[in-house]
Design a protein around this ligand. Structure first.
Ligand code: GUN
Length: 283
């Protein structure tokens, strides 16, 4: 029987720990504050932003919401970021993606101070991760590492295969597994004989955005499978990149969707906010 890695439970534990940490910081006069900017009203973004606000509220982090209309121009958004960068009472800044068409996401991300970039998307933080130095790490891959560690799954020396090479998940995931001394391979749409590569994996991380793509014949018996995918099936039900029912029978541990990696992303964002507040206040 495979162990089902319970991301909901693990993320709840992290949030409880953070609650105590935030309360202790408050006693020392530090009010952890996150500014969340949403431009336009993409329904999925509204749900994500709402969940982030709820998590802040639960933990005791002050959240400042900036809901800008769809027709906001880039200049105005950049001006708001400059203002938040300069404010000492704001520790973290998050611009919800995607931005409306016509806005240059790279330019916007680069405008956020790397010290307040709690998403870990700024090139400075991406660079720090890749040279093994301390910075902010993208929340979803950081959440995967936390899930593995808290489930007592060793990474060192393991064959780790990452399916997908996005800037937000695949690439930072590979860098983090490498930092933990895994032997890392990244696969993507041009990889030849994919199954022969994924079958080598002791730890397989699927982050390609294709429903049920990873089937039992992609995995080695006893492997650990982490499913980062968030897709919807024909009944609009959430499902991952892994064909859970058949893969579960072959592996030693697996994350479900929903309730696996998903809840970890927000928990790690909250952790990054606390870290930003600590660094900015020298504690
Ligand atoms: N859109 C979807 N996921 C994310 C995320 O983790 N951060 C931001 N800023 N936007 C997103």
């Amino acid at each position: 029987m495979a162990m089902i890695i319970d991301g909901k439970k693990i993320s709840a534990e992290i949030k409880e720990e953070l609650k105590l940490e935030v309360a202790a910081l408050k006693e020392r006069g530090v009010e952890v504050t996150l500014a969340v900017i949403q431009v336009g009203n993409d329904p999925a973004s509204t749900v994500y932003v709402g969940n982030k606000k709820k998590a802040c509220e639960f933990i005791g982090i002050r959240s400042l919401a900036y809901e800008l209309p769809e027709e906001t121009n880039e200049e105005e958004l950049l001006r708001l970021i400059d203002e938040l960068n300069a404010r000492e009472d704001v520790n973290g800044i998050l611009v919800q993606l995607p931005l409306p068409k016509g806005m240059d996401e790279d330019l916007v991300i680069q405008r956020i101070s790397p010290k307040k970039d709690v998403d870990g998307f700024h090139p400075m933080n991406v660079g720090l991760l890749n040279i093994g130095q301390e910075g902010f790490v993208s929340c979803t891959p950081a959440g995967v590492i936390e899930l593995l560690k808290r489930s007592n799954i060793e990474i060192e020396g393991k064959e780790c295969v990452v399916l997908g090479r996005s800037n937000i998940v695949g690439k930072p995931m590979a860098a983090l597994l490498l930092r933990e001394n895994g032997t890392v391979t990244i696969c993507h749409s041009r990889t030849k004989d994919l199954k022969s590569v994924t079958k080598r994996a002791d730890i397989l991380v699927a982050a390609i955005g294709k429903r049920g793509f990873v089937t039992a014949d992609h995995v080695k018996e006893g492997a650990v499978v982490i499913d980062v995918g968030i897709n919807r099936n024909e009944f609009n039900k959430l499902c991952g990149d892994v064909a859970f029912e058949e893969v579960e029978k072959v592996v030693s541990a697996i994350t479900p969707v929903p309730g696996g990696v998903g809840p970890m992303t927000i928990a790690m964002l909250m952790k990054n906010c606390v870290k930003a507040a600590r660094i900015q206040n020298g504690i």
